[in-house]
Structure formats: C-alpha cells, structure tokens
Design a protein around this ligand. Structure first.
Ligand code: IVH
Length: 663
C-alpha cells in the first residue's frame, strides 16, 4: 500500500471509530456490536503499525500511550476552578433566589442539573483538539492528568468543530463499575473505595494510564471555564453546543423559571436518585444567562450565580452487637462494627468500619449501643452516632488489643498516628501484601513474580515470610498449578538476579512503615550495611537530615521486633546483598550538604525529575523553605515558598540557572 492510500484509509477509519465511540460513550446508543468495533480498532492499529509516521496524538489508538509517569506536572488553570456553596433546605434555596433577584433586579431563569459524585477536572481543547486535562488541585493549580483522562472513551480527542475552550466536569464511576472495582479490591486485600469520588480521585492519581484504562472511568461536563469566540449566551446553549460537538455534557439539565419550580424539581430527584446508573449527592442550580452570571460575579471561593442543594444522608438505627479487629495487609488494625442487619437504601448492612480507636472514643461508641448509621453519597455506610437514651448500663467500652489478633506480636502506635499497627513481617494477615511489595519493581524488582503466584506460595505454606522466597526450589515451584519447568526456572533466575540489588532497594523492600524510596536512600547513605541500621537508636536516626521523629520511631520499632531480625538474618544467609554498594547513591557530590526547594512549574522537566537530579549529585530536596535551604528553584507561577525564601534571604534560581548548575 502506498503512503497516500494508507493516509486516506487511516483517516476514514479514525472518523468511523470516533463516530462509534461517541454513539457508545456519549449518547449511550451503540450502533454496532463490540466485536465489530474491536475489528475496526485492530484494522487501524495494523495500518498504524505499518505506517508509524502516520500516527497522530488524536488517533483513537493513542488513548493509552507512553510509559508510566514519574509524577504529575503542575498546571495553572486559565480561570480558577471554584467550588460551590451548599444548601440543605428549601429556605436556603429561597434565600439564594432572593439574593439573586435583588442583585439582578429581574426574575432569572435557572437551570438545574444533578450534582455528580466524582472528581472535578478541567479539559482544554484548542483548534478542536484535546490538549490537556488537569485536576482542580487548590483551585489555581492542579495536576496534569492528560494521559489518564485520555483513557476515558467519552472524551473525544478531536472535535468536529475548532473549539478553543476550557471546560470543567466531573470524573466518576458508575455504581456498577464501583461495585466491580471494590469487589476486585476486596479479593486483592486492598482497602475499598467508600464512594465514587474517592474511587475517581484514586484512579486519576495512578501514574500508569494502562492501569487507569482498566477502571472504566466516565465523565460529565458541567461548567464552562473559558472559550474563544463561542457566541454562547446561556449555560443551556453551551451544554447543547458541547453535546453537538460530541462532548459528554451533563444530563438531565432542566430549565425552571421560578424558585418554586426549582424546589419541586430537586425534590422529585431526591427519591429518583437511586434509579440513575451513577451516584448523585444533590442537585446544582445555576443562573442560565451568562450575562447575568457575570453581573452576579463570584466570591473568591464560589460563584454567586450557582448553588448546590445537597440531599439528606440516609440514616437508620440498629444495634451494635460487637466490635471485631481486622488486620489489613499493611498491618493496620481496624475495628469493625458487627451490626444487627438493617436495610438502608438498597442494601442490607451488617458490618461497617469504625476506622480507629480514637474515632470510637470521640463518638463514645460502646458495644451494645443503639447506633445511627448513615449512607450519604457513600457506598460504605458509617456509624455517625449513638442514641444515648437507649443505653441500659450493660454496654461495654471497647479497647484496642495490645497484641495482633492474628499473630500475637505486640502492636504499636507511632507518635501522633491514630493507626495501631502490627509490625511483624511474617504476620499472616499482612504476608501477601508484604511479599508483593518486596518483589515490586521499585523494591527488589524480582521478575516474573505476580500476586497470583505469591498467593499460591502462601496458601501452600511454601512462603511464610519474604526471605522464604530465596529458599524456594525449582521442583517446588513447578509443582504449583499451571506452572511449567520453564516458568519456574524464570522465577529462580529473577530471584538470583535480585540478590545483588543495592542496599537502598533492600531497605525499601523490607516494608517499614513510613519508609519510602527516599527515606530508604537516606538510610543507605548513612549506614554501610543493614546490620548497623538494625542497631540504630531513635536519637541517632533523627539526626539524619530528612528523617523526623515519627519515621525514626517507626524504623526503630521495626527492628525491635525479633521476628523481623530473624527474617533479615535469613535474607543475608541466602546471599542477598545487605551492604551499601559502590556508587549506589549519588553519582557525584557536587551538591553535598545542599538542600533544594522547588516551587512553581518547571518547563523542561517534572518536579520529580528535578529532585532526582539533585539527589544524584549528592544534594537533598525538601518540600519547605527554612533558613537551612541552600536554593529555592522558582518555576512558572511560584507559590508562597518564593516569598518565604525572599524573606529568609535564601538564594533563588530560575529554571535556566538551575539547569546551568546541573551541567
Ligand atoms: S458547577 C464554579 N455542576 O461539585 C463551580 N458542579 O461541591 C461550578 N459538581 O466543584 C461547579 N456536579 O466539581 C457544577 N452539575 C454540576 C456538578 C458540579 C458535580 C461538583 C464540582 C464542584 C463541586 C462543588
């Protein structure tokens, strides 16, 4: 096939795919079966494979592209992303209407939409092309989540019209998707998402778009940020134009010309909300005319032309029969309420988390109490209070156990932290999580180990702690279900290779609470081998720059646990490197004893990359400015750190000067 011919064919295919994507994801009216759609995609992929020079960023094949990110770039919103005032009653809605009418001196027309329970994002299109998407962040600046938003099929990468606009919306998961995701998380032993908002936020934080794509996120657009030459005069016109251009505008949107009609309409949704495939936690009332919106203006937090009417949370009374303690896979002990089963908006509830001991004390919840449980926009219900008048005097006060209910090791509570943890790395409840963490790419990077294999090894009793991995024999591995000799050999090779890892990787892999990759590097910088780290006192650890009292205590606690010392001994016996390697840390010492603080957006590299460069040259990166800071690097639109640096007389570099220093 000639290039020109391929080009025509590719473009035609893309148009066809875009059209079906829109019918499926925006209009919810698919026209062709999924298999046929997949064939069109495969055909396009094959052509693009043959003619890679014809791949464009707006091709439907590019929704999941590129390598996982190291961190998110910061984006400054052209127009700040505001929040909404909340109301809970008819009176407050009437008061809002009064204020609007008084200010406008006319009867406004309102438009009422569902308030989607999700996470706010901003999409930017230029020349009709998707350019960037960002989270709300602090309202002025957010994270660049373009790669993740592109995985949402309802977001067109190319529009049929050359719009230039910033448009805001809500990323959400349907009730069905959230249930599916939570089920998956439950089997993986991960914490469940309490509501669609947390699930959307958790998903957009993932650094690998391939993982995000699996979450099947969705989006509704509900607010215009800014637009060039749009000619739209009302919110309704804008929503219709978005829809016409294939953008997923929020629906339904109902016009009401009096506050009375607004109230009737929002009340009608209070009971209908369960019939929607997505969660809503209220309704949003907006003045329709853009001109009137302008007249009303905004406060620095929220617009005066819109308000959210929040639905009341749904509550029920039931009896608290008992409080159990569960151990999660990070070792955190969580008290769980065992309830007399009660029906609440569509489900029967018999258990719910009580989070931690402090929460129980604060709410004075006792075993035997009659409790009020509530479901707001929440999938997971919560205990909001106790009916004291129903107490009989027989109620029992709960106390957190001092030993882990699974392995009987002593539990500890670190500094100010509310969570109580079991620190034993061989504790059965945490074993799977710990072993998986140990094998991860940024930890010991043991190739070919996945959660399924780890689970089997634990279930069959072959692995009782992560050191056992190094004692596995090829025969034992190939006995595992669906594992051949070849795969078993690959696992052994992966294990062998990992024995030569750096000390900082090993420290990170141990899974000490609060010890991330950075802290692990600091520790490997201070201690030449694991043995000397295990003897370090809290005071000594605290002296290391970048390690605070809480982290020092956590490290010390970890090594006080005799189980852990045995596991470390086993690792060393197996031949795992426990000493700092030559050149494992900084490749230079040009920045020795220097601390850098970054503020604002850097153009040529992400903040993570910049910090890595600093560390490579022996320097430290910190999040806050103090008199000890050597340099503050100020990028675009720097924050308050710049002002602080000026006040303290800390040297300030711009991006160019910083890069000059790196050379
Ligand atoms: S309008 C100036 N419309 O609710 C802000 N917001 O609690 C205008 N939300 O930050 C927002 N559905 O993220 C608007 N139909 C809707 C919405 C909606 C959900 C979110 C939005 C906002 C938050 C305020």
């Amino acid at each position: 096939m000639k290039l020109s011919q391929a080009k025509t064919e590719i473009e035609a295919l893309r148009e066809e795919i875009r059209c079906h994507e829109r019918k499926y994801y925006v209009d919810a009216k698919p026209e062709i079966p999924d298999t046929e759609f997949d064939m069109l995609m495969k055909h396009l992929e094959a052509l693009e494979f043959e003619f890679p020079e014809l791949i464009t960023p707006d091709s439907p094949t590019q929704r999941v592209g590129g390598e996982p990110l190291k961190g998110f770039k910061q984006v400054t919103h052209k127009v700040p992303m505001l929040s909404l005032d909340n109301t809970y009653s008819e009176e407050e809605l009437r008061a809002f209407d009064e204020r609007v009418r008084k200010s406008l001196k006319i009867e406004p027309e309102y438009i009422v939409e569902p308030k989607i329970d999700g996470l706010a994002v901003n999409l930017f299109y230029k020349d009709g092309k998707f350019m960037q998407a960002s989270t709300r962040g602090d309202g002025a600046r957010g994270d660049d989540v373009s790669g993740n938003i592109k995985t949402i099929r309802a977001v067109p990468l190319k529009l049929p019209v050359k719009f230039e606009l910033e448009v805001r919306g809500e990323v959400y998961l349907t009730k069905e998707e959230l249930a599916r995701l939570n089920k998956e998380r439950e089997t993986e032993g991960e914490e469940l998402f309490a509501n669609p908002r947390n699930a959307a936020a958790g998903s957009l934080k993932l650094l690998d778009p391939k993982q995000v794509a699996k979450r099947n996120l969705n989006i509704f657009l509900h607010t215009l940020g800014s637009a060039v030459d749009s000619g739209w005069t009302t919110h309704e016109e804008m929503l219709q134009a978005l829809k016409k251009a294939g953008l997923p505008a929020v629906t339904p949107a109902q016009k009401c010309n009096t506050i009375g009609k607004v109230i009737d309409y929002v009340n009608s949704w209070e009971s209908k909300r369960d019939s929607l495939p997505f969660e809503i936690d209220g309704m949003v009332i907006k003045v329709n005319s853009f001109e009137e919106q302008q007249v009303l203006g905004t406060t620095n937090k929220s617009p005066r032309y819109a308000i959210a009417y929040k639905f009341k949370a749904r509550q029920a009374l039931t009896k608290l029969l008992d409080i159990l303690v569960q151990v999660g896979r990070t070792g955190i002990l969580t008290p769980v309420a065992v309830l007399e089963p009660v029906h609440l908006s569509g489900s029967t509830i018999s258990r719910c988390t009580l989070h931690n001991e402090d929460e129980i004390k604060r709410k004075d919840i006792r075993i035997g109490d009659t409790v009020i449980i509530e479901k707001g926009g929440e999938v997971i219900p919560k205990v909001v209070g106790v009916v004291e008048s129903k107490r009989t005097g027989e109620e029992k006060i709960f106390k957190m156990p001092s030993r882990c209910p699974v392995c009987s090791s002593k539990v500890s509570r670190l500094g100010e932290e509310v969570a109580v943890r079991c620190q034993n790395v061989s504790c059965k409840a945490q074993l799977e999580g710990r072993v998986i963490h140990f094998t991860r790419r940024n930890a010991m990077d043991i190739e070919n180990f996945g959660p399924a294999i780890v689970e089997k090894l634990i279930d069959t009793g072959k692995v009782k702690d992560y050191a056992d991995l190094y004692y596995l024999e090829i025969g034992e591995l190939s006995e595992l279900e669906r594992m051949g000799e070849k795969s078993a050999l690959n696992l052994i090779e992966g294990l062998e290779k990992s024995k030569g890892n750096t000390l900082s990787r090993l420290i990170f892999a141990l899974g000490i609470s609060d010890v991330g990759e950075n802290t692990a590097e600091l520790l490997a910088g201070k201690y030449a081998d694991l043995a000397s780290l295990t003897c370090a006192s809290v005071e000594e650890l605290q002296k290391i720059r970048g390690i605070g009292p809480k982290v020092a205590e956590s490290i010390n606690n970890f090594f006080l646990e005799s189980h852990n010392l045995k596991v470390i001994e086993k690792l060393a016996q197996a031949g795992v490197n426990t000493r700092r390697k030559k050149g494992e840390l900084a490749t230079g010492n040009k920045f020795k004893d220097m601390t850098f603080v970054f503020t604002g957006e850097l153009l040529s590299l992400t903040r993570d990359e910049a910090e890595r460069e600093v560390k490579k040259l022996g320097g430290a990166a910190s999040g806050s400015v103090s008199a000890k800071t050597t340099f503050v690097v100020a990028g675009n639109e720097p924050g308050s750190k710049l002002a602080k640096a000026k006040k303290l007389g800390v040297k300030i570099l711009d991006e160019e000067a910083f890069k000059e220093l790196l050379r």
